[in-house]
Design a protein around this ligand. Structure first.
Ligand SMILES: [Fe+2]
Ligand SMILES: [Fe+2]
Length: 281
């Protein structure tokens, strides 16, 4: 599977990003917090893969690495735009992003390159399983306007398309032995806890600013609907659990779960983005 870099623009507008999920502000700000995480996160992924790029000898994997870097750079650019609109809407996206950057810089400073890459492959797996849910269950981004929906589905599709690239780099440079297994699985536990913990923390910051901005009362923030969404319907966390656990199988590979049929949606998305470009012209 060779990923392809696609230079797509979604021309979002501010009203579509600050208050959009049909399940209310709690869920909106949970997903917005992920968007704020992405540009710095993606620059971190690129950095960790690039550190090993010279040691990759397989020509197909080298091409895949180039495309992976190109895709993540495009995601970063479009999420920067999304996050700029959050700032314009009065939400503290810049402060949250500065916190993400400081945290990831600390990882770059303190961890050896193999451990840095193990964080990337853990996060790439987490993103890939989340992406499959976005692409198969419309409730995940229900309420998004068409541009925001296209942006999230495009990102999810490309995450699916390149889900094994960083993992293959890891196996080719760190190996498949016991030490490589211990490092990637330990990283998965810490990375998931760190990522979810930070996203929930950022969600609270965004909600607080959103309350002040709109004077929302506590009732209408949708905490009950958020908890329901996470645990009962569509039950985000239980549905992530099994594919998350599959990562702990020795010999695991991201394409053991073959969901490439989802990529058939890509041509529709390219056409949608082309439509937004024409509308903006
Ligand atoms: Fe991405
Ligand atoms: Fe990715």
């Amino acid at each position: 599977m060779l990923p392809v870099r696609r230079n797509l623009h979604f021309n979002l507008n501010s009203s579509s990003v600050s208050d959009w999920h049909e399940q209310g502000p709690y869920l909106t700000q949970f997903i917005n917090a992920m968007s704020i995480f992405f540009p710095e996160g993606e620059r971190y992924f690129i950095h960790t893969v690039r550190q090993y790029a010279d040691r990759v000898t397989d020509p197909d994997l080298r091409k895949a690495v180039t495309a992976f870097i190109g895709q993540e750079a495009m995601h970063g650019r479009e999420h920067d735009e999304y996050n700029r609109l959050l700032t314009e809407a009065g939400l503290p996206a810049e402060q949250v992003e500065a916190h993400v950057a400081a945290f990831l810089n600390l990882l770059k400073e303190k961890l050896p390159p193999a451990a840095q890459l193990s964080v990337t492959i853990a996060q790439e797996h987490f993103t890939a399983i989340l992406s499959e849910l976005v692409l198969t269950d419309p409730r995940l981004i229900a309420g998004a306007d068409r541009r925001l929906s296209s942006l999230w589905r495009w990102h999810a599709l490309e995450e699916t398309e390149h889900k094994a690239v960083a993992f293959d780099v890891y196996e080719s440079v760190v190996g498949r032995g016991v030490r490589a297994y211990m490092l990637r699985t330990t990283s998965m536990v810490l990375t998931t806890a760190g990522f979810l913990g930070l996203v929930l923390f950022y969600q609270q910051r965004l909600l607080k600013a959103d309350d002040q901005r709109r004077r929302t009362d506590r009732q209408s923030r949708g905490l009950g609907r958020f908890v329901n969404f996470m645990f009962r319907s569509p039950a985000l966390l239980p549905r992530l659990a099994m594919p998350w656990l599959s990562y702990f199988r020795p010999g695991f590979h991201p394409w053991d779960h073959d969901n490439r049929y989802l990529l058939e949606q890509m041509s529709d998305l390219v056409a949608e983005a082309e439509g937004y470009r024409r509308e903006a012209a």
